[in-house]
Every structure is written in C-alpha cells, then in structure tokens.
Design a protein. Structure first.
Ligand code: ATP
Ligand code: MG
Lengths: 374, 513
C-alpha cells in the first residue's frame, strides 16, 4: 500500500548503523523484484520463527518441515491437493486486493463467499433438472458472482450514499448472511433425508469438472488463475482500472478530474463481492456439492491476508494463495507424522503477514556503505 | 576557497554529487554559504536546487563529496541530524499534520522528551511570532489555514527547533505580494540577527531584492556564484537558460467573441466562513482572458471549486454557452469543455503514484483519443506523453517513471500540458505559472495566449500582478468574497488594483469590508 514514509523526523536509522559504516537510504523506486524478495523473505522468516516453537516442543525442526514440505509438494497428489486448497484463497485474495487497490476496505469476503454459494445453490436447485452440464456450471458461477456482488453492493451503496464506514457494514453483513443461511438450512433448504443443517447433494450434472481425474483438483483452480489475469488486465489496461487505482491514490484529484468516487466505490465493491462469490461457487460445486455452514475455512478472512501478502497484485495473490494452500495442506501431514498441531500454520500465516507489512516499509530503503572519511 | 572570507563560511558543499536513476541531480557541486547572509539558489526546473537543499538538510546523503558546517564535515542520515546541527528547512511541499493545530505541529518536531510542556512551548512560540512579526493563531488546525499561512507554520517550526541556517525552497511561490514583502522583511531581520538564509526562487527580481549572494545551477552543475550586487537580471537569465527571455510577452488585442461563461449573483458559503463567495458576477467571452486578482484566501478557491463542479452554489447561476451548468458534475463539466488547473497541484491535480504518462491523461481516460469502449489506448497515451515531454521540456527520465520523482516545476508542467491539450472551451487556471522557471513561465503564458486566440475563454486566477497585467483582457479584483472592481487592461494600473486588493474602493477613504 502507499504508506507514505514521512521524511521530516526521518527513519530512526540512528548512530549505531552509522558507526558500523552503513546507512539507510530512501529508495527512489521499488522494483518488482524487491517485492518478490520481500514476499519470499517474509515466508522464510515466518517459518524460521516457527521453528523456535517447534524446537521448544522438543520436536525435530528438520523432520517437521520435511513433513510439511512432503505434504505440500512431495508427490503429484500432494501438489494437486495444495492447489485445491489454494483455489478459494485466490478468489477471495483477488476480491480483497481489488477493493484495497481503491482503498475500499471490503472485509466482507466471508459473507460474500456464502452469498455466492447460496446463489449457486439457488439456481442449481431451481434448474438442475432442465439444464445440461455444459450450461449448468456456467450459470451456477454467474449466479454466484451476481449474488456476491449484490451482497457486497449493500455496503458499497451505503458507503457511496451515506459515507457509512464499509469496514463495519461489511463485517455486519458477514454475520447477517450466516444467520440467513442457518435459517434456510434449518427450514426451506434442508435436505429431507438428514438431521444435519445441510442441503440435498448437488446432482452430478452441476459438478465442476475435474482437471485431473481421480483427484479433487477441479476447474475452479483454472477459473481462479484466469480471474487473476482478468483482474490484472482490468487494472492496467482499462479506464475502469485506471479509475480504481486513481481513487486509491488520490480521491481528491480524482474527483476534480471527473472521476465519480461514489460510482467507483459501488463498482469496486460489486466486483470484489463477485470475486468472493465465485469462491463460494467453486467450493460448492467443485468440492462439497452441497451447502452447509462449514464450507468455508475462513476463506474470506484469509483472503485479506493473502491480498496484503501478495502486495495487492494479482500475481502476488496467486503466489501467496498457493503458498498458503501448501501450508494448510502440508500441516496435515506434519501433524500426522510429528504430532505438531496444524494450528501452527496460523502462526506462520500471521508472522508472514507481519513481516510482509514491515517489509513493505523496509523495501523503500536500501542499505549502503558510507564512504570512508575517517 | 576564497581566503579572506573562509572563516565566515558557515555551510559548505564540497564536490557534492547526487545521482538518481537516470539523472545526475547534483554534479560535483561546490558552494559556500556565508554566515548571516541571504544566499539565493537559482536555476531551471529540474536543475537540482531542491536536491541540493535536501542534501544540506540530511534528506539524502551525497554519493560523493561532503557537506561541511562551520568548517567540519558533517554526516547527516536524516533531517533529525540536520536539525540537531542547527539546520532548518521549509521544503517545497510542506510536511504538516493537517488535522493538528499550529502549536501541536510545531511541538511535534521536538524529540527526546517524554512529556512536552505545552504552556512553555506556547509562550516561546508567541515570543517568536512577536519577534518576527508572524500572525497566526496557534490553535487553528493547520488544514484550515491558507497555504501561505501554512508556510509560516513551517518557518516557526524551524525557528522553534533552534536553527542557525534556514533553507527555504520556493517559499514565495505560495505567497501574495504582501506576503512576500513580509517574508522578506522577516528574512532581513533574521539575517541581521545572525541567522543564515538559503533561499530558492525562480523570480529574478526577488533574487535582486533579497539576496547577498546568488548561485546559478544548470543541469545539476554550478554555473557561478556571484555577489548579487555584481550581476544583473539579464546576466542571471543567460546563466540559467542560456538565452535571453522576456517574460512580458507580446499580447496583441483581439476582438472578443461570443459570451462563454456567465456567472451571476453567486453565493457560496464555506464551513469556516473564510473564503466564501458573496454575490459574485463575472463574464468571460471567447478569445478573452479575464484575470482575477486578489490576495489569496479571498474566495479564489471557492470560485475555482464552484466553476469546476466540486462545490455547489447556495444561490446564483453559472451559465456556460447559454446552458445552466449548476447540476453538472465535474465529469459533466469536463465533457462540455471546461478544463482547469488547480492551485494545489499535488492534492487536487495529480496522482503522485501514477506513471507520468498516466497523469497526463487524467480526466480524459475515457476520451476517444486515449481509450475505446473502456480500454486504454496505450499507443495514444504514449504518443501524447512524448509530445508533452517535447513541448514542455519535461525533465524526467521517461514517461513511464512514477510521477513522484519529478521536481516541483515539472509537476506543474504535467498539469499544464494535460489541461492545455484538450482544446478547452473554457479554461479556468489558478496560479498557472507557480513554481515554473522563467523559460517554462514564458512558454505557458504564450500557450495561454494561443489558446485564447484559438477561441477559448480563459479565467486566470493569479496572485502575480505582472502576469495579470500582461495577459488579461480585463482584470477583476476579489476581496472578501466579492468582486470589488473590474477594469480594462488598458486602464489598469498596479496602484489601482493594489488598492482594490487591499479592500479600498475607488471612493477615497471608504473601506469595502
Ligand atoms: N526522489 C527522486 N527520484 C528520482 N529523481 C529525482 C528525485 N528527486 C529529484 N529527482 C530528479 O532530479 C532532478 C533535479 O530535481 P530537483 O527537485 O532538485 O529540481 P529543482 O531544481 O528543485 O526543480 P524545480 O524548480 O522544478 O523545483 C530532476 O530531474 C528530478 O526529476
Ligand atoms: Mg524544487
């Protein structure tokens, strides 16, 4: 993000650095490779700090991380499963990144995910008997995007019209949609043949096809990566993307030059919600094949972390989503083989985020040898 | 260096080089600033003045060479080191916390103490204000102050921190003629009390008026340091630009055309009541430049905002080409051909984190030239950027660079290039040449006249009386939100306009406020 580093009081680089013959200097341009280094570095530091936790519990760090790595990338199957885990995170990460680019703080990815899944279920329930698979699946995704967009638009419109704080409204909308869903699952949408709060199983014709037969890797992953490309192209090559970035950089100048900030805000919210909604459709029709309350593993919230770690860049989002997919996936193996709780992954996530964010500031400086004068 | 005066040298740059990607901003600069004198730095936009000042202030460290203070080399890693050494600076773009009060802004710069004694700070500031004749309410949020006033806050900050050298980067760009008078009086008093002043400006007469020494920079190098008394303005121009420049450009009278802008009975209230508009009426025709003179803070900002659609009027009408535009958004007004150059280019005119080429199309990203059905036309954008770079001699490595790296004058050039390119029907410009070097000033003025001759109606809001007298067909004067007088250029005199600006009407002795 555009964290402006004030230059007047200046970075507290201090005399210690100076005495060592090095100095911090403000970097004039942050090149893409700097960002990549920060990202990778943050993960590594996160892992390194967690190794202290592992060592403290008398486990072998090497064995644990080997198990983690094996679980994530050790075999073909493991890789596919990693990508399966990454899929919803790419969508929700893109959703957050797109909104944040315009400095619209959509924290409602979780709710929009459910809105999307519900939209998908709704149309599949309505039409599955009548539509062939080739049509059903796209319709389902469109419905999910529309539902996610609609749900997010509530916050977008409130913000545009009444300047309501979108952080609060989107979080509230998360609660509301979950309550609506539990109501529906307990009543109208509940499958007649079960006690559980869940819907009927989706007929085969509405399942997302698999990329690799015999695995869980479905085309949702392909769609997610495609959406990353689309988001990138929209941001860089279209007038809308130009305006979105502009509103994120300087709203006042944007308004002076005719960009309607309320309009952009509503659009950004809607598009962001649509992307999160797609995650709901992908999980619903690619993995679970029915609706229940636990189809999201906090994907909406983790998406925010993914977006920040990916520096709000679509490629960064894809990379960090896959990295997190790998962590989640590998953690299971690690837990089975070494007994280290998979929750360690959350710690790694959190730490990486902290390091990426501090890295975002650090990357604006470079260390230079001071010329010798003594 | 100069044997006789060596001991009076307070601050010295010795063989200093500073490179940025693609440019050598300072190239082996050697410069002596003598104690208790006013030393001007002069040079074209992008010549490296701000960079040199930043080196003195510890914002950057030189790649080569050293800065010396009182004959000792000093190493500064940040402005904090500079402040500790007694060097203060008012930078070209202020660094104030706008929601905080004047007092808080000044005190925020002090460090080290866990608790700040606000009462003592207030007393000390009052003293400083009295000593140097600064009038500013210490409890006003800085954001509510006019830019000129904000600058005084920056100066107070530097004084409060106890500086011995005060560097001012284009302070007069944001001041009115009276403000400049006051600043100069203050600077002279400071110098006589032993303070050393380094001043950056583009205005030659200011250099002649205030400075003891003057150094001309060109493309990052020192052309020459001279005693001001030993050079003429023409000498300085030649050193700076390499040719003679006459800013009083030849503006032939042209018969004006149809009425374009017709404003009548405009009332605009502002939140603070300062700078509101009261019953403003004015008309601008095709092929006509209407100059608006006035001390800043007398309603110019509100007038600008209401014309471009950023503020709505409480009453009155704005008619453009016989069409009431009251309901039109800023975008709608762009569409009917209203172009505008805001005074505050950084906040209102530019996206500092955009590429330069992107800023050059701001507002026209959906026009046919730069896009098609929502797609940006990269080729068109690139070509336009190249044209603008050539026409305005924009000093930057390439249009793909981020706008942030541009020098102050080059930022202004970006805005001017953008707004002049759209063949506007009505052009509302606020301080169009602020911060431009004389070459660029001449170019922009010439372009404004060209636009006029093409048929545009131009409203020129400026605090530069020379500029107004040179370019305008008619001049109207604003005071306290009203138009207090309007005069044909032929009948305009500086004295008459000056009186109006001070709120004195034509009838002697009667105040307008
Ligand atoms: N942070 C930066 N990164 C890259 N280039 C820079 C940076 N700051 C300045 N430059 C470049 O260095 C050169 C000198 O800039 P500088 O700001 O010192 O000019 P200046 O003499 O103050 O001009 P102006 O009169 O327009 O303010 C310019 O070409 C500018 O683009
Ligand atoms: Mg400058």
């Amino acid at each position: 993000m555009n964290t402006d580093v004030p230059t007047t009081p200046g970075p507290s680089s201090g005399s210690l650095l100076r005495r060592s013959g090095w100095r911090l200097e403000k970097r004039l341009e942050v090149k893409p490779w700097h960002e990549v280094v920060t990202l990778v570095g943050a993960f590594i530091v996160g892992l390194a700090i967690c190794s202290i936790l592992i060592a403290a519990s008398d486990k072998s760090v090497v064995d644990s991380y080997r198990a983690l790595f094996d679980g994530a990338f050790g075999s073909r199957r493991a890789v596919y499963e990693t990508l399966v885990q990454a899929t919803p995170l790419i969508f929700t990460g893109l959703a957050a990144a797109f909104a944040f680019r315009a400095r619209v703080w959509n924290i409602g990815g979780e709710g929009q995910f459910f809105a999307g899944a519900m939209g998908a279920f709704f149309v599949s329930n309505l039409w599955h008997a009548h539509l062939p698979r080739g049509v059903m699946v796209p319709v389902l995704f469109i419905a999910a995007a529309a539902a996610g967009a609609l749900w997010a638009s509530i916050a977008g419109l409130l913000k545009a019209r009444y300047d309501t704080n979108e952080i609060i409204t989107t979080v509230m909308l998360n609660f509301i949609i979950l309550l609506i869903l539990s109501y529906l699952l307990g009543d109208l949408w509940r499958s007649p043949d079960t006690f559980y709060f869940q819907t009927v199983t989706l007929p085969e014709s509405a399942h997302l096809p698999l990329i690799v037969d015999g695995t869980r890797l479905h085309w949702g992953f392909g769609i997610a990566v495609a959406m990353a490309v689309v988001v990138h192209v929209v941001l860089r090559r279209t007038a809308l993307g130009y305006e979105v970035r502009g509103v994120g950089i300087n709203r006042t100048a944007g308004s002076y030059k005719g960009i309607s900030v309320p309009r952009v805000t509503v659009l950004v919210m809607a598009i962001s919600g649509a992307l999160a909604g797609l995650a709901g459709a992908a999980e619903f029709s690619g993995i679970h094949h029915r609706l229940q309350l636990d189809i999201s593993n906090n994907f909406g919230f983790v998406g925010i972390i993914i977006a920040l770690i990916g520096r709000l860049h679509p490629a960064g989002v894809v990379v960090s989503a896959i990295a997190f997919g790998a962590l989640v996936n590998g953690a299971v193996t690690m837990q089975i083989q070494t007994g280290i709780p998979a929750a360690l992954v959350d710690v790694i996530q959190g730490l990486s985020l902290i390091f990426v964010l501090s890295g975002a500031v650090a990357v604006r400086y470079r260390l230079q040898r001071t010329h010798t004068d003594e | 260096m100069n044997g006789s005066s060596a001991d009076s040298v307070l601050l010295r740059a010795s063989g200093v080089t500073k490179r940025f990607p693609g440019v050598v901003a300072n190239d082996n600069i050697t410069l002596d600033v003598r104690r208790a004198r006013v030393h001007c730095l002069l040079g074209e936009n992008g010549a490296g003045k701000s960079t040199l000042a930043d080196l003195f202030y510890g914002v950057h460290e030189p790649d080569e060479g050293v800065i010396e203070l009182r004959g000792e080399p000093i190493h500064m890693v940040s402005p904090r080191d500079a402040i500790a050494a007694g060097i203060g600076m008012v930078r070209q773009h202020f660094e104030l916390v706008t929601p905080m009060s004047v007092l808080e802004n000044v005190v925020i710069g002090t460090r080290g103490e866990a608790k700040v004694d606000l009462r003592a700070a207030r007393d000390r500031l009052r003293e400083l204000c009295d000593l140097y004749g600064v009038e500013v309410d210490l409890d006003t949020p800085v954001g509510d102050l006019a830019v000129g006033q904000q600058q005084w806050v920056e100066i107070l900050k530097a004084l409060y921190l106890g500086c011995e050298v005060l560097i001012l980067d284009e302070p007069t760009a944001v001041l009115t003629p009276e403000g400049i008078e006051r600043l100069f009086a203050t600077l002279r008093r400071m110098a006589s009390e032993g303070l050393t002043i380094v001043l950056i400006t583009h205005k030659l007469h200011e250099v002649m008026e205030i400075s003891d020494d003057v150094t001309v920079l060109r493309r990052g190098r020192v052309v020459r340091t001279s005693l001001t008394s030993e050079v003429t303005m023409a000498d300085l121009t030649r050193m700076m630009v390499g040719r003679d420049v006459d800013l009083a450009i030849d503006v032939a009278e042209t018969p004006r055309g149809d009425l374009v802008l017709d404003v009548s009975g405009l009332d605009v209230a502002t939140e603070s009541g300062r700078g509101s508009l009261k019953q403003v009426s004015l008309r601008v025709h095709e092929r006509e430049i209407l100059g608006i003179a006035g001390v800043s803070g007398n309603g110019q900002d509100a007038l600008f905002d209401v014309l471009v659609g950023m503020r709505s009027a409480d009453s009155g009408r704005i008619v453009v080409d016989a069409r009431d535009v009251a309901e039109l958004s800023p975008a709608g007004r762009l569409d009917i051909g209203i172009a505008s150059v805001p005074a505050d280019r950084i906040h209102q005119g530019l996206m500092m984190d955009f590429r330069i080429s992107e800023n050059l199309i701001l507002g026209r990203q959906r026009s046919e030239r730069f896009g098609r059905r929502g797609w940006l036309n990269q080729k068109g954008i690139g070509e336009f950027a190249d044209d603008s770079f050539a026409a305005f001699e924009i000093a930057a490595p390439s249009p793909a660079h981020v706008t942030r790296v541009l020098s102050g004058g080059n930022l202004q050039k970006i805005v001017m290039a953008r707004e002049l390119a759209g063949q506007p029907r009505l052009l509302v410009v606020h301080q169009p040449t602020r911060g431009l070097d004389i070459g660029a000033t001449e170019y922009v003025r010439r372009r404004l006249v060209e636009e006029r001759d093409r048929g545009a109606a131009i409203l020129l809001i400026s605090e530069d009386l020379d500029e107004l007298l040179n370019l305008s067909s008619r001049i109207a004067v604003m005071f306290d939100g009203r138009i207090v007088g309007e005069v044909d250029r032929r009948d305009a005199t500086i004295d008459r306009i000056g009186l109006w600006m001070a709120g004195v009407s034509d009838t002697p002795g009667e105040a307008l406020a």
